[in-house]
Structure formats: C-alpha cells, structure tokens
Design a protein around this ligand. Sequence first.
Ligand SMILES: Nc1ncnc2c1ncn2[C@@H]1O[C@H](COP(=O)(O)OP(=O)(O)OP(=O)(O)O)[C@@H](O)[C@H]1O
Length: 297
Amino acid sequence: MIFIVVNPHAGGHRLERVAHLAQYLRQAGLHVEIGHTQYSGHATMLARMAARTPGCTHIVAAGGDGTIAEVAQGMAGADIVLAILPLGTANVLARELGLPFDVARVARIITAGGSRRVWPGRLRSSAGEGLFVQMVGVGFDAHVVHHVSLRLKRAVGRMAYVASMLGALRQYRFPPMTVTVDGAAYEAASVIVSKGALYAGKYVLAPQSMQAERLFSVVLFHSAGIGATVRAGLALLRGNLGRLRDVTIVQARVIEISSPAALPVQGDGDARGFTPVRIDIADHPLRIAVATDRSGI
Ligand SMILES: Nc1ncnc2c1ncn2[C@@H]1O[C@H](COP(=O)(O)OP(=O)(O)OP(=O)(O)O)[C@@H](O)[C@H]1O
C-alpha cells in the first residue's frame, strides 16, 4: 500500500498532480490511499497512522520541505520508504537529492523500489521538539520566515519571501547570540544549520551536502546590519558565501544556541518558535525513494 499525504496549502498548488500520481501507481497494480492535511502538524498524524498499517511500503509527502519534515516525524523508525512529490514553494530537499518533479518519473521511482538513506536533524526550541530535513535558521532568515505573509506566499510563491526580507532589512536589529558548536562557542548575528548544500531553492549555502552523514554544516554570520546582510545575500546568490571574512562554516553534530533576547527560529522554511535552541541528529535515518543506477529512471 502507498499512502499519499497531501498538503493542500503547499506553495505549488498543482493538486491535480496528486491525482495523476495515484493513477500511475494504480495502473502499476498498487493500492493507493490519499490523506489531505487539515492543519499544521496533521501530516505527522497521517504518516504515523499509515506507518502502522500492515502492508504499507511507501508514504509519499506531496508538499514542500515542511510537509516532508512532518511526514518524516510520523514514520520515524518504521521500515517504510518516504517518497517525495514536490509541491512546495522552494522544494530544497528534492533539488538537493536530484529528485524528479515530473509525476510519471516519481511514480516510476516508487514502483522500482530504490531508496537512499539520509539522516534528518532534530530541533528543540520554545515550540517543542521536531525533525527537520534541510535546515534551521536563527536570527535574520527566521525573522523573514516568521513575518512572511501567507496570503502573499500563496499568491506569488517565493517572491513573498523577498517582500518579507526587504521589511526585515529595515526592522531587524540583529541581537547577538552564542552558538555552541560541538562544545566550541562562537558569537554570531545570525546562523543557519544545514543538512544540505542548497538553500532557498537552488542557491549554494554550504560546500557539501551532509544528507548522508550524521553531521551538519553550521554557517555563522558574524556581522550585524543591512550592509553585511546584503553582502551575504549576494554571496549566496553567487555561491561563494564561504569566501566572506565575516562568515564561518564548520561541520558539527550538536549545536546549542542561546541569546539574552528570545530570537526567532525557522525550520525547513516554517516558523519554529524562539531560542534557546538545541539541534542534533535524529535517532533514526530515513529511507528516501530515489532512482538507482539499475532502475534507469
Ligand atoms: N491544512 C493546512 N492548513 C494550514 N497549514 C497547513 C495545512 N497543512 C499543512 N500545513 C502547514 O503548511 C506548512 C508549509 O507547507 P510546506 O513546507 O509543505 O510548503 P511550502 O512552505 O510551500 O514549501 P517549501 O517548504 O518547500 O518552501 C507546513 O509546515 C504545514 O505545517
């Protein structure tokens, strides 16, 4: 049985793609069930229920990175493959793993049965504990996520983040934080802890993907203010963030972030409360459906 968890509010809207995927899978003789999320966090409940259903081999997350993270949480530790139908705004994990956006190819990957192992991150903040699959940000980018207009996001997709970023450049005061990276303390104005190399779609944040490792890339932004943030943004667009003198990139297993003021936190592009924060690797890896060399997809 294949269970498809659909976030009808994910950025891509193209819900007819879910019906097409179900059709392809049924034509291949598979039993398919579909559940639509009704509220934030519901994908975890649906995935947990599906994972307990005898005969369930795959759970498909039809949405963006936030939906994938919620599904991952619900199936944690189960011997089931997570497949991805990218329907989100940025779909960073799908790009990172080179997964297809084409529905027929997603169906072929599921029927071929191949998968690869990735290690999600675990985030603890004022909003509680949960998994993330791509990245966590504390400071400037989290402020942008906390203030993005959902109506605008639904209307214009990623441009809504640009609008929120322009507002943040004027409003955000860059309160300092202490980031403890495997025991070593750094002062920073902002930080992004990433499992992947990519950020906000296709932009290169970190030198390499850590998806297959029990490690994170920690990108520390030491300078505060508009000038430093614009410089970092331009370097991100050019893919050479690591060359900036006020940016440090290190690899780590456990990250703790504390600050005198409560600072905003985002995980996989969704607001996840405020500092203090602890980040480590999840207890269980995920198996993600991918094309293998032999499947010829
Ligand atoms: N029925 C719902 N109503 C409101 N929010 C929902 C509902 N279902 C899911 N959500 C929330 O929507 C959030 C955003 O979804 P998701 O990340 O899948 O899409 P996205 O933000 O457009 O894509 P991306 O993360 O790739 O940019 C999820 O974190 C989830 O909690």
